[in-house]
Design a protein. Structure first.
Length: 611
């Protein structure tokens, strides 16, 4: 084995590259065999970066680094995919210098593999950023379409008695957001939980209808997941009831849609295909499109959304820029909010809401979540002080989770009504009252293991786990399946039939709340990809809120997944104050894991609206 191949073999065994990354490097070698090892390495890094949520790799950031330092950092943060025992890496040498990489990537030996924007090569080199071409094209498509919307004027600042009436009592920032949505084809609305995003959204809808009186409007409301779509629809219905009490005309309210859909449904997802029914050649029929929970939208999905928008459509993107970025590549909403700041290419279209009624600054969760968002080094002390004074916030040591009588009692109490429910609608409603959120999927504190622990605890209360499906199993759909009307993020409950409607007694069906909250049953053998959901990852909880939440962090803070965005997102999934006794957050962690998460900010390498 040559020294180069030996080095690659040891890097692979150290868990730095995935098999897919090495396959991409092998493909590069077949396309441009004379380009040399530095080029194949750059291709593997570009592939690896996409797998880590980036849209590209900035080779200047990697140039000249010691392999030993890079791999040791991977091991320290728990990001390595290698199996023990890991090989020694001290003598693996260094990565190429940037000038060497640049020379190799732009040489004639690489021209069939790496090119510029106008070429048809597999990869694009732009400055020191190397892209798989489709991600380069996704970014440019998002930029071009949104800049076009941003540059098309709609009108002057609207005035009139109906504007003042609909915005009576609104805060200045909320009024500003509404006016921007009326004046522009593209507007962004960002704010944390309880800052009034849905309040503004509903009044924007009313103002759109009033401003186009006499002409029917096609308004579409969407969100990335079924859960988020259902929640924004519920919020719009509540807001319409409030506006009715304030004297808004019934004709206006009747024109405001009460239903929301997933982006995949909106665009027309195709079974087993990355393509949609609606695209540049078959645009959506819509005058106005509102998308909620935009921080969850990845780069490919955003590109496909903007591609399908009519040229004269208005687009309102709503979200929280401080929440977790999407699981898939990109940090689209954060990038767009950055581009909308003063001096940016989308300047003027962003409104940031800051005053929260759900988590006021003087509330326990409000103080801690804001300290987390700022990356405050004193956040742990703030957490301790807040939990001492507030019964709705409790902090427990995650190192004793397994033996904790408190955790067992918590699970038994919170799921008691759910286990007692036999009616599908009642069971689904009861399941919404409590959720366990995990930072990780795997490991002793991961979602998979915590679900098993919950099953063991609830077995004493009558749950009978063990089979692939069982009565009162809570499930989360993880695969889009348009044929069944099920999409990633939909939550259902498995119940045994009592023998009604011609079904055999004991036959298992998964029940879901569909459009208009109509319940429907799916035989369990037809279910697409799914997982048990008594506990779920914080990523999967985005777009949801629960009256009571238990959040579990690992005992140590080494995992790269532990970030302030994850911590902030998880802590703000709590819904306060609707039922006495609700609104409780139980945080199982250690000072080490909490502090590490606060200090670690998510960084995504992208080139969206970056010159």
């Amino acid at each position: 084995m040559s020294k180069a191949h030996e080095t690659w073999d040891r890097i692979q065994r150290a868990g730095f590259f995935r098999s897919l990354d090495l396959q991409m490097a092998g493909l590069a070698g077949r396309i441009a065999g004379r380009a040399g090892e530095p080029v194949w390495l750059a291709v593997a890094l570009a592939s690896r970066s996409v797998g880590r949520g980036h849209s590209c790799v900035d080779l200047a950031d990697w140039a000249g680094r010691k392999w030993a330092d890079v791999i040791q950092e991977e091991r320290r943060t728990g990001s390595s995919t290698g199996e023990e025992p890991a090989p020694e890496v001290e003598d693996l040498g260094v990565l190429p210098a940037w000038e060497e990489w640049k020379a190799r990537l732009t040489s004639k030996d690489s021209r069939l593999l790496v090119g510029g924007p106008a070429d048809s090569t597999l990869l694009v080199l732009h400055g020191s950023r190397l892209y798989l071409r489709r991600y380069w094209e996704y970014e440019r498509k998002v930029e071009a379409r949104l800049q076009l919307l941003h540059q098309i004027p709609v009108g002057d600042s609207p005035e009139g008695p109906w504007v003042e009436r609909y915005l009576a009592g609104a805060k200045p920032a909320q009024v500003e957001a509404a006016r921007k949505a009326l004046m522009r084809r593209l507007s962004l609305l960002s704010g944390g939980p309880g800052t009034g995003k849905t309040y503004v959204l509903a009044r924007i809808l009313a103002l759109w209808v009033q401003g186009n009186w006499g002409r029917p409007l096609n308004i579409r409301i969407a969100a990335p997941t079924g859960k988020a779509a259902a929640r924004v629809a519920d919020s719009v219905r509540e807001a319409k009831a409030q506006m009715r009490e304030c004297g808004v005309e019934e004709a206006v309210l009747a024109a405001i849609p009460e239903e929301a859909t997933t982006l995949h449904r909106l665009l027309g997802a195709r079974q087993h295909s990355p393509y949609f029914k609606h695209d540049a050649s078959n645009r959506l029929v819509a005058d106005h499109v509102i998308v909620d929970e935009c921080s969850m939208i990845d780069l490919p999905l955003m590109a496909k959304l903007v591609d399908a928008l009519p040229d004269d459509c208005r687009l309102l993107l709503v979200g929280d820029r401080d929440q977790l970025a999407s699981v898939e590549p990109g940090s689209v909403y954060g990038d767009l909010c950055r581009a909308a700041m003063d001096g940016g290419p989308l300047e003027g279209c962003l409104t940031q809401l800051t005053d929260s009624t759900r988590f006021p600054e003087d509330s326990a969760i409000g103080k801690v979540s804001q300290a987390i968002r700022r990356g405050d080094p004193d956040a742990w002390a703030c957490l301790g002080s807040a939990s001492d004074r507030c019964p709705s916030l409790r902090v427990m040591d995650s190192t004793v989770l397994d033996s904790s009588k408190g955790f067992r009692t918590l699970v038994e109490r919170q799921f008691a009504d759910y286990l007692a429910a036999r009616d599908p609608g009642v069971a689904l409603e009861a399941s919404k009252r409590f959720r366990i959120l995990c930072a990780l999927r795997r490991g002793p504190f991961g979602m998979i293991r915590i679900n098993r622990l919950v099953e063991e605890i609830l077995a004493g209360a009558g749950l009978k786990p063990g089979a692939r499906f069982y009565d009162h199993q809570l499930i989360l759909v993880t695969a889009n399946t348009p044929a069944l009307g099920l999409f990633n993020g939909d939550v259902g409950v498995v119940l045994a039939s009592g023998g009604e409607d011609g079904n055999a007694a004991g036959e298992l069906f998964a029940w879901f709340a569909g459009e208009n909250q109509v319940l429907r049953a799916v035989p369990v053998h037809l279910l697409p990809g799914h997982e048990t959901a008594f506990a779920m990852t914080v990523h999967k909880s985005q777009g949801s809120e629960f009256p009571n939440v238990a959040m579990i962090l690992p005992a140590d803070g080494d995992s790269a997944v532990l970030t302030r965005e994850l911590l902030y997102t998880g802590m703000t999934r709590v819904r306060l104050g609707r039922i006495p006794g609700d609104g409780c957050l139980m945080l199982w962690c250690t000072q080490a894991s909490f502090t590490a998460a606060v200090q670690r900010k998510t960084e995504r390498e992208t080139g969206l609206f970056v010159s």
